[in-house]
Design a protein around this ligand. Structure first.
Ligand SMILES: [Zn+2]
Length: 284
């Protein structure tokens, strides 16, 4: 077993192209374990986790990215949030029964991809594009084409099991230096990276995949960044949310006898009985 749940960025010394590889395993299980998603939904969510990690790693600042798919298919929306620390969480909501497992059968014939980038400092950026082709990959490549105008190739693979799941992805992107040279370099690098199989991308340690593909080039690897599932919920955050409801609304819940808040990311239930709610009212 090699180290999973990490992302590695790399550059070529002589080519105007950069890349990233990601593999998620345990963190993916943690995200999926408290939900009862149908298999194809797990698959798409796993792809989205790998993709969001790759997307987040393209940020040149501290902040977070939310990648959201919405459509008229069985999946009403599916979204993953990631930040520059490579912490992520994700959720899917269904509106109809799942009848097929292709991207379009899940998301619908009409829909869009919404990418929201929120820097810790500075303006929030939102990019919205219609779904493209029959995969998350083609839709995201189209997003890169429109938002960054940089040729980008994306590979996403998943292995969803009853006990454990895995996802892996690779991103190859042109460096905006010399467009003509970059186009030739991009062609060269993607021709090589096209040869990496699904199994290799999932099974081989990242360094080994990169060596297999690019051993004739000088590749510089950045230190691996660990990836973690962090949903961010806590009893304290629920308490603040309840306090912000105000006395009148809290009184209504006290009259009901209790209030239950559940985290949509990890499904933890937080229970507040009348006495606990009375205690929170004091903090108003
Ligand atoms: Zn949670």
């Amino acid at each position: 077993m090699h180290q999973y749940d990490q992302l590695v960025r790399f550059i070529f010394r002589e080519l105007d192209v950069r890349g990233e590889v990601v593999q998620v395993g345990v963190s993916l299980d943690q995200m999926l374990q408290n939900h009862d998603y149908p298999f194809p939904v797990k698959q798409l969510l796993a792809e989205l986790v790998a993709a969001t990690s790759l997307l987040t790693a393209t940020l040149k600042f501290e902040g977070q990215i939310a990648v959201n798919l919405q459509g008229n298919g069985p999946i009403r929306f599916i979204s993953v949030n990631g930040n520059h620390l490579q912490e992520f969480r994700g959720v899917a909501r269904l509106q109809q029964e799942i009848k097929g497992d292709s991207f379009r059968e899940l998301v619908g014939d009409q829909g869009h991809l919404l990418v929201t980038i929120t820097p810790q400092q500075g303006e929030r950026y939102q990019g919205i594009i219609p779904l493209e082709g029959d995969s998350l990959t083609s839709t995201l490549e189209s997003y890169f084409q429109q938002s960054e105008q940089l040729p980008t190739r994306l590979y996403l693979h998943t292995d969803i099991g009853a006990e454990h799941s895995r996802a892996a992805g690779m991103l190859i992107q042109v460096l905006p230096v010399d467009p003509q040279k970059a186009r030739v370099d991009f062609e060269h690098v993607t021709t090589l990276s096209d040869t990496l199989t699904r199994d290799e991308m999932l099974d081989l340690p990242i360094e080994e995949s990169l060596y297999r593909l690019f051993h004739q080039e000088v590749v510089e690897l950045y230190p691996a960044q660990p990836i973690r599932f962090v949903c961010g919920c806590s009893r304290e955050k629920c308490e603040s949310a309840i306090i912000s409801l105000g006395a009148q609304v809290i009184d209504e819940h006290i009259a009901d006898g209790s209030l239950e808040i559940s985290c949509e990311y990890c499904n933890t239930n937080y229970q507040f009985d009348a006495a606990a709610l009375e205690n929170l009212k004091i903090k108003l």
